[in-house]
Design a binder for this molecule. Sequence first.
Ligand code: GDP
Ligand code: MG
Length: 716
Amino acid sequence: MTIEIALAGNPNSGKTTLFNLLTASNQRVGNWPGVTVERKSGFAKKNKQVEVQDLPGIYSMSPYTSEEIVARDYLLSHQAHSILNVVDATNLERNLYLTLQLIETGIPLVLALNMSDILKNQGKIINISKLSYFLGVPVVATSAVKNEGVDKALKKAIAVTEDAISFPVYDKHFEASIAEIVDVLGNTVPAASARFYAIKLFEQDEAIWQSLDLSSFQKKEIAEIIKITEEIFTEDAESIVVNQRYQFIEHLIRMTQSQGDDFKLKVSDRIDQVVTNRFLALPIFAFVMWVVYYLSIQTVGTMGTDWVNDVLFGQWIPDTVAAFLNALKVEAWLQDLILNGIIAGCGAVLGFLPQIIVLFLCLGILEDVGYMSRVAFVMDRIFRRFGLSGKSFIPMLIATGCGVPGIMASRTIENERDRRITIMTTTFMPCSAKLPIISLVAGAFFPKNPWIAPSAYFLGIATIVLSGMALKKTKRLGGAASPFIMELPSYHLPKMKSVSRYALDKGISFVKRAGTIIFVTNIFIWFTTSYNIFLQMVSPDKSILASLGRWLAVLFSPLGFGDWRATVAAITGLLAKETVISTLGILYHSGAEVTETSKSLWAPLQASYTPLAAYSFLVFNLLCAPCFASIGAIRREMNSLRWTMMAVFFQTGLAYGVSLLIYQFGLIYFYKQTVGIWTWVAVAVLAVFLYFVFRKAPAEKVAVIRLEDLQQKQAL
Ligand code: GDP
Ligand code: MG
């Protein structure tokens, strides 16, 4: 089978020179049917299976000149398997206007950045990989007169013929209107060109309006969409489209083109070559985050935490307060509440403050120097490979502080389905309230293992990607992912003032929570662990919470922590994730005799759980339904009770499944246990997970944004 490749570009971009190089003497010259526009085609000299079709030089795909009509009709006939778009690199702004329209046709495209020799002489630099990334097409630097890059460009053009198309994304209101028109068009036009036709109709392109056989209903709907969009933009439809393209190009050029003598940009580009490199980017990111978590949770931050836990809340405060209460002859139950409820509970949480401050100092520095925006860029590339939107990464980053603003940050995602997926998955990240759990498990059960704290971070990301892939394959949430464009500022040294401000803010809000919601829940937990249902003061294992916990603990025994204390801790985690720790603090403080050794919580925990069970507990709390505040945020952002319930169910079910896998397979692997019924359950769960992640996606449907949504937005 022959492959037909169309050469397209502005006049004088070097098409003829390139065409001659590619086809040598195998050329055919004639006229396009019906017009006096010259038609040239020829077989590639290096590959006779490839026919190169030279299209007339044009500036746009508007129907004004016979050249434009010829090029347009030819491309819309879909004879060409791919387009080799020849672009004059010294005149990028004007040339890219046609490029955008060519991409809209839905034919795979490779951009030949021609005249790159002149560009070099002018001292200008175009960042090819960024240009390629933002346009969503391969870009090859060529010089037709020097015969550089020409063969490579042709090879790419042959290679892309089977590739999926990604369209440039303009303003969200505009995109919504176009998606709506695509929906109205339905089967009237070929699916691949639907976007092209929709934009052309929007542009009021008479020739296209006449060439399509639209029903009067379709015409009315489209006219209505156009009218609404014109009102939103307060511009006429034609200039909306032109402006959309130029704004996109302006942005593109600002981010990809630089004068070679700009030292800062040059250094940044150098660093980016390494940091965003296809192969190095992920290992570098993993290493950086490992260092951050290891430093803050397992080494430097721990020193502060040890002091706060052992000295401040272990001796000084309780001893002073106890002496004080004794002197005042305060009643026993109140002493118990203050010492074993409030101080033990809040102290268990506040002890983690130093670690949290160190963590956010590190994250603040990474953000401030400009590294995090690179990570988002790299993640977008990876996410998109799995059909997810890279925009999901920003909420994830924010959720490492707190899930609530993380969920709210999903608002920046225009695509409704991608937004839902992000809301449902973003709280898998370890937020600052989950850090105490991570730290406690790492410290008490794995003191020598440098991987435990970082593993929580990576597990969070992996769960987001894998569950995102699974959700993306469901009917309700499927569809093409929307790419995004983000600024990549030059690197600079961190400003210590803004970084410390950032870390301090996180620290303050952590302390505030310990003083408010955690404080109140501690009183509640103290009460329910000190009394039985007849309001008699009893030992904790006869308390209200104990009976409730015992009843529910059966559920968790396949996960390794079917003990009423851990069960109760996991459940109180719904109030706030810090409560998991404060609950354990209260339960193990008042229960066992208080040990005089350091890390008073560690010893009873080590005695009650195996390291494997503790890790399983950590994973469950990391992934299960977030705290009430976050569930509330999910409810607001989903704007639907049903979706909220589905999210909570999904998260908790997933957490249960993952913990089950870890515990059951861990038993076999680390404890050489024999295979039992729960092992088989775990195998089945694994099979189900794998099926949902890797099954073939149902036929892709174009994501549709309803007209009512548009009108609603307009009303706002
Ligand atoms: P067309 O109108 O797109 O067919 O462009 P042509 O192939 O006729 O080229 C226009 C002019 O640009 C000619 O003078 C070419 O020699 C010159 N040209 C084409 N490609 C390059 C290139 O890569 N570098 C330089 N310096 N000149 C080029
Ligand atoms: Mg020519």
